[in-house]
Design a protein around this ligand. Structure first.
Ligand code: PLP
Length: 407
């Protein structure tokens, strides 16, 4: 019998956050083990629920809106208008309702933005480490992901010299994830301006993934890179999944801004792809206006004494107390990306390391190479579990590493 094979386009596509180690964890759960899952930023799974007013508004609107059927391909007017106001608050000039696209999460729109752009062999600059969706969909779109280094010695800031060195005549754009997943880095305006300058010189599109723009610690504020120039073309992604703890609603958006005239043809491509998938789910669209205009309860969670802030501090303290473990303290988002000193922990295969930790201590993390980090010396964990569970989880990691040193 002729086997049914997957497309060759998938050869380089990976998403280890839900990869083979998670499959193993599921199997262990079926066998009756309790696994502490530090692998995924699914806030709702840790008792961090969406703001009640979003839920109530959605319930109220559901019967009439869902009955109304498909929406415009770009989405309902009112939430798109609310996003225009949000961009104005963030000093992004010249955005109209027409520039806003709603999607089933930012994920769908990130894929759409690359599909509409990349010809075979076109290059896209993507950070290393990255949120691996960007690398995966760049490849799936026929493009070539080219990774630029974020420098751990400089608090994981993008290395501008490395970015410049990797630009070729085929480079179409640069992805900037700020605040960053997996490192938690937050970029200062001076660095964002340098990236804009590179984009300006080489006529690159800036793809700005800003889905954690309100999940900020220590009183930090966020600058949208698109607010820094009107002569560069920007595509900015955001959504409700993280800042509003509503990832199950699949509500995301994309905004085109800056030098839109130069991007007329590309925007036509975006419109075409938005039409092909008809529209984003309407319940998710309905949540956006209420979320953006309502009480911003994320601020309570990240403030001193707030749950996320306490958990970040605790996880960082416990991790860096382990010999041979260092970790840049995140300024935003929900993750840490600790380094395991290779002299202390000579890891050859970090996926095997993740399997072994799971098997021995029932803790699920994601290996650093899953974020397109080249060396097998990092891993990512989420600091979403409550303090008791985090203490237990990091205690288990410490015990595992203690044994690892003696191997
Ligand atoms: N971008 C980043 C940096 C993320 O970390 C995530 C999810 O973890 C997404 C995008 C996907 O967001 P959404 O749930 O809106 O598809």
């Amino acid at each position: 019998m002729k086997p049914i094979l997957k497309s060759g386009k998938l050869a380089n596509v990976a998403y280890d956050i839900r990869g083979p180690v998670l499959d193993k964890a599921r199997q262990m759960e079926e066998e009756g083990h309790r696994i502490i899952k530090l692998n995924i930023g699914n806030v709702a799974a840790f008792g961090l629920e969406p703001p009640d007013e979003i839920v109530q508004d959605m319930i109220r609107n559901l019967p009439s809106q869902v009955a109304a059927g498909y929406t415009d391909s770009k989405g309902l007017f009112a939430p798109r208008k609310a996003i225009v106001h949000y961009m104005q608050q963030k000093n992004v000039a010249g955005v109209t309702v027409d520039d806003v696209y709603l999607g089933n999460g930012a994920s769908e729109l990130i894929a759409m933005s690359m599909n509409a752009l990349l010809n075979d062999g076109d290059e896209l600059l993507i950070p290393s480490p990255d949120y691996p969706l960007h690398t995966a969909v760049a490849g799936l779109s026929g493009g070539t992901p080219v990774h630029y280094i974020c420098d751990e010695q400089s608090d994981w800031m993008p290395d501008i010299a490395d970015i410049r060195a990797k630009i070729t005549p085929r480079t179409k754009g640069i992805v900037v994830i700020n605040p960053n997943n997996p490192t938690g880095a937050l970029y200062p305006d001076s660095l964002l301006r340098e990236i804009v300058q590179v984009a300006r010189e080489h006529q690159l599109i800036v793809f700005a993934d800003e889905i954690y723009d309100k999940t900020l610690y220590d009183g930090n504020t966020h600058t949208s890179i698109a607010s820094l120039a009107d002569d560069v073309f920007f595509v900015t992604f955001n959504g409700l999944s993280k800042n509003y703890r509503s990832c199950g609603y699949r509500a995301g958006w994309m905004v085109v801004s800056g030098d839109k005239r130069r991007a007329k043809d590309y925007i036509e491509g975006l419109n075409m792809l938005a039409s092909l998938r008809l529209c984003a789910n309407t319940p998710g669209q309905l949540a956006i206006q209420t979320a953006l205009g309502g009480y911003q309860s994320i601020n309570d969670l990240v403030a001193p004494g707030g749950r996320l802030r306490r958990q970040r501090d605790l996880a960082h303290q416990l991790l860096t107390d382990i010999p041979g473990v260092t970790c840049v303290k995140p300024k935003g988002a929900l993750y840490m990306f600790p380094r395991l000193d290779p002299k202390v922990y000579p890891i050859a295969d970090d996926q095997q390391f993740a399997y072994d930790l799971l098997a021995e201590e029932k803790v699920l993390i994601v290996q650093g190479t899953g974020f397109n980090w080249i060396h097998p010396d990092h891993f990512r964990l989420v600091f979403l579990p409550n303090s008791d569970d985090l203490t237990d989880a990091v205690g288990r990691i410490a015990r595992f590493l203690h044994g690892y040193r003696k191997r």
